[in-house]
Design a protein around this ligand. Structure first.
Ligand code: PAZ
Length: 361
């Protein structure tokens, strides 16, 4: 059987998208995105699609278990704030419950949101003597006011559209749909692909329907997907642990790389595409980022290492200087008051704008 990864991109697209049904939320997301894009086309505003957070790979159709990855969405949520600050409208395609622009300062921090609050001294309200208002604690006032103003501005001016996904298939459907909807934007469209997209998945045809069992099931309860031999099958080619061994062997296929299709087919002509490359081995990072840029012929690959990604990235571009490191100086790496680490500010990714000089460590 030919793997999707071995097919021509257009064929892989057709096979992949025929195998899965579109996510239930897609029509609603498309309607919201269409209205959002129309508004910004009318105002001749740049729109960036920021993808953020990790995708999941379900092990069962009725999913109890899934494979996930580390990404919390910090890069995507932080970058979205910078884009908004630069006047972009942002479609924030993110993993459900991952970090969001602005609320990220408080939502997943070491402090519970209640720790930011206090009761104001009781007022002289004779009817309600014990009921002072709830207020933000004085030490958080300045930062929270600043974040609140930016958040309100984005909301009131329709600059931020939040669209969630969970699985890798949902992500693919949403990405394709958003890219196509962004066509009227032409060169005002930017794709900033910071999501950590799964590299391996179980094709639907091989997925177990029900929860994979870790113990032997009595014969009279076994359904069609379970046989009586030494091994329990959860679907064609999907093998559960041999009986009496608590081992699960999962057979994954490579996820087709649709960046090619995004650049050559889905995205509007003249748009800019920025992808990210994550590695853990420093000796591979630049090589892998360069290879991605050559393979997909887009505009920029931003490389980062798992361990240093919060303060160091490398920009790999088709034109000189080809490789440029950007670092947050040590002194600026401290945590903000809410305990959330900031990330390398990628405000310089503006179409047509020149990037800042790297700051030395
Ligand atoms: O979400 P986060 O801030 O913890 O991590 C960001 C990141 C490392 C996922 C992102 O910068 C990135 O490299 N995304 C692409 C990952 C990849 O598919 O190689």
């Amino acid at each position: 059987m030919t793997l999707l990864g071995d097919m021509e991109p257009a064929e892989a697209e057709s096979v992949y998208f025929n195998e899965y049904s579109a996510p239930k939320a897609l029509p609603k997301h498309e309607a919201l995105a269409r209205a959002f894009i129309d508004l910004h086309v009318e105002d001749n505003r740049r729109v960036v699609l920021v993808t953020s957070g990790g995708t999941t790979v379900p092990l069962e159709t009725q999913t109890v278990r899934f494979i996930d990855n580390f990404s919390a969405g910090t890069r995507g949520a932080t970058s979205a704030e910078y884009f908004l600050q630069q006047g972009y409208a942002v479609i924030f395609l993110h993993r459900q419950y991952s970090l969001l622009p602005y609320s990220r300062h408080y939502s997943h921090s070491t402090n519970c949101f209640l720790d930011f609050m206090d009761e104001a001294p009781p007022t002289a309200d004779a009817a309600n003597p014990d009921h002072g208002s709830i207020v933000v604690r004085s030490e958080y006032q300045d930062e929270m006011r600043d974040v609140l103003r930016k958040y309100r501005y984005a909301k009131q001016n329709n600059r931020l559209l939040l669209l969630p996904f969970t699985t890798v298939a949902e992500y693919m459907f949403e990405l394709r749909a958003m890219a196509k909807l962004m066509r009227p934007l032409g060169s005002n469209a930017l794709f900033y692909l910071a999501a950590a997209v799964s590299d391996f998945f179980i094709p639907r045809s091989r997925m177990a329907e029900h929860k994979i069992q870790s113990q032997e099931i009595p014969a009279h309860l076994q359904g069609d997907t379970v046989d009586d031999s030494e091994e329990i099958y959860t679907g064609e080619n999907e093998i559960q642990p041999p009986k009496n061994q608590k081992k699960l062997v999962v057979n994954l296929d490579p996820v087709p790389k649709f960046l090619h299709r995004l650049v050559d087919g889905w995205a509007p002509d003249g748009s800019m595409v920025v992808s990210f490359k994550l590695e853990t081995d420093p000796s591979l990072l630049v090589y892998k980022a360069r290879t991605a840029l050559q393979r997909y012929s887009h505009h920029l690959v931003i490389g980062n290492l798992l361990s240093t990604r919060k303060w160091e990235v490398v920009f790999i571009t088709p034109d000189a200087p080809h490789e440029r490191w950007i670092r947050v100086p040590k002194a600026r790496r401290s945590k903000s008051i809410s305990g959330v680490e900031d990330q390398v500010g990628l405000a310089e990714i503006q179409k047509g704008g020149s990037a800042q000089k790297p700051t030395s460590q």
